[in-house]
Design a protein. Structure first.
Length: 197
């Protein structure tokens, strides 16, 4: 399987450092707590619906594909509500693709799990559970790594994805952070810059 060259990894690391260096202190401090706040939310949802937190994290990650976070959280609760009140899944509308919706229902019913081959979703699921061995490399993270907006052609394979996770974790250690904290800070700053926030 193809690997990223040391040259590219160094370039990507420098791009991430540049973003960190220009991140305002309040954005830095607030963003590094994002996963902790959302972990607290998913634990409350899990308790309310009498589910395991990992089940709620998995549903949430599965529904996250091309979905805004606020809608993602609403969609997660829609799945739980529909099961609690026996509403057919076909009547439930979510903000992502129907294939993801049906997989989320299967996850709720303990009929399937997110496979490790679903790299971004699997990492996001683990980060929601505060597992620091993974880093979510989504579209905003790719934009940060490549320092450009159009990253549609950048599709890391399993080996390359692991290299990018390791890059984030290594850089995070330099800043006394966990990989998912670093990712959240960079994600927020890159998105803020794009939207002029």
């Amino acid at each position: 399987m193809k690997k990223l060259s040391n040259y590219k990894l160094k370039k990507y690391r420098n791009n991430l450092v540049d973003i960190l260096d220009r991140t305002p202190k309040d954005t830095f401090n607030s963003s590094k707590l994002w996963y902790y706040r959302e972990n607290e939310w998913l634990n409350k949802v899990a308790e309310y619906y009498n589910r395991e937190p990992k089940n709620i994290a998995e549903i949430t990650a599965r529904l996250s594909v091309r979905c805004k976070w606020v809608k993602n959280k609403i969609d997660t609760q829609k799945v739980c509500i529909s099961r609690k009140w026996n509403i057919p899944k076909e009547k439930i509308k979510v903000s992502t693709f129907n294939t993801q919706k049906y997989k989320a229902f299967n996850i709720y019913d303990y009929k399937e799990n997110i496979p490790t081959s679903a790299l971004k979703i699997y990492s996001f699921y683990n980060n929601l559970l505060l597992n620091d061995k993974y880093v979510t490399i989504d579209i905003w993270q790719k934009r940060a790594l490549l320092n450009k907006y159009n990253v549609d052609s950048f599709k890391p394979n399993k080996v390359e994805y692991k290299q990018l996770e390791d890059l984030h974790i290594s850089l995070a250690e330099d800043y006394n952070l966990k990989g998912f904290e670093l990712q959240s800070i960079i994600w927020t700053q890159k998105r803020n810059e794009h939207y002029g926030i």
